[in-house]
Design a protein around this ligand. Structure first.
Ligand code: DGL
Length: 271
């Protein structure tokens, strides 16, 4: 197999990054892991998220990927340094690219961030934004009810719309002109989010920005595959493959094969 880009998430959220990689770099092979049996990661103890991320990276290294993409804001916020210590290939997260795009986009310097409890509590976005522009004002909001909707494929319903409206209500008090979708599951809900915050607020989809960063790094290292090359994609998940397959087919617009992965039982002992 041509050396692939390894992409991981707690579940289906990382498919938003996969879709962008496929669009921007059609010749790249992808090996994806969604930890659907243990999602969501958003409210888990941080040390557990670090351990799960290590386990997934360990699993993915058997494919000898050319890069690891942590397509999960929660895992990026809590585990990226640990993963960078663990492997000797580039490790790309989703927070820095999203922060950079927001700074580029905002005109009034007031930026909103929505994400999981862990991502918001970590302060990773606020730090990334303030490192880029110390005067930036940031309104952060945890939206823990959104990921479960997406994980069960319920992102187009009336209930999804209502949950988005209720979750985002506190954000409407701030004069933001741009909102970072600080969780890779949220692009699935982009329409409802955009309708809720209104046309004056630009949505930042970190998936798109992360794919650009992946392309830049691969190109710099001379590792970009030619777009004429026929890629091979592998998808693995720890939960039920049928739900994952249905969501992936709808989101990616193509049929995919998903292989279930059963972790050793001891790994689930404390779940
Ligand atoms: N998609 C993930 C993120 O970007 C994880 C969400 C979760 O598992 O709670 O944070």
């Amino acid at each position: 197999m041509q050396q692939a880009i390894a992409i991981l998430d707690s579940g289906v959220g990382g498919l938003t990054v996969v879709k962008e990689v496929m669009r921007q770099m059609p010749g790249e092979s992808i090996v994806y892991f969604g930890d659907t049996a243990r999602a969501p990661y958003g409210a888990r103890p941080p040390e557990e998220v670090v351990r799960f991320t290590e386990e997934i990276v360990q699993y993915l290294t058997q494919f000898k990927p050319k890069m690891i993409v942590i397509a999960c804001n929660t895992a990026t916020a809590l585990a990226i340094d640990r993963i960078r210590d663990m492997v000797d290939i580039p490790v790309v997260g989703v927070i820095e690219p999203g922060a950079r795009a927001a700074i580029r986009t905002s005109k009034n310097g007031f930026i909103g961030v929505i994400g999981t409890d862990n991502t918001i509590r970590s302060g990773a976005y606020r730090r990334a934004l303030q490192n880029l522009s110390p005067d930036v004002r940031v309104a952060s909001l945890a939206c823990p009810r959104l990921v479960p909707l997406v994980e069960r494929g319920d992102y187009r319903s009336g209930l999804a719309k209502q949950t988005v409206e209720e979750s985002l209500a506190p954000m409407l008090h701030y004069p933001i002109d741009c909102l970072i979708l600080g969780c890779t599951h949220y692009p699935f809900l982009a329409e409802a989010i955009s309708e809720t915050v209104g046309p004056g607020v630009a949505l930042i989809n970190s998936a798109e920005e992360t794919a650009k960063e992946i392309r830049d790094i691969l190109s710099f290292r001379g590792g970009l595959s030619s777009p004429d090359r026929l890629p091979v994609h592998y998808f693995y998940c720890s939960g039920r493959p049928s739900t994952f397959r249905r969501i992936a087919k709808e989101w990616l617009g193509r049929q995919i094969r998903v292989s279930p992965v059963v972790w050793q039982l001891t790994r689930f002992a404390d779940d």
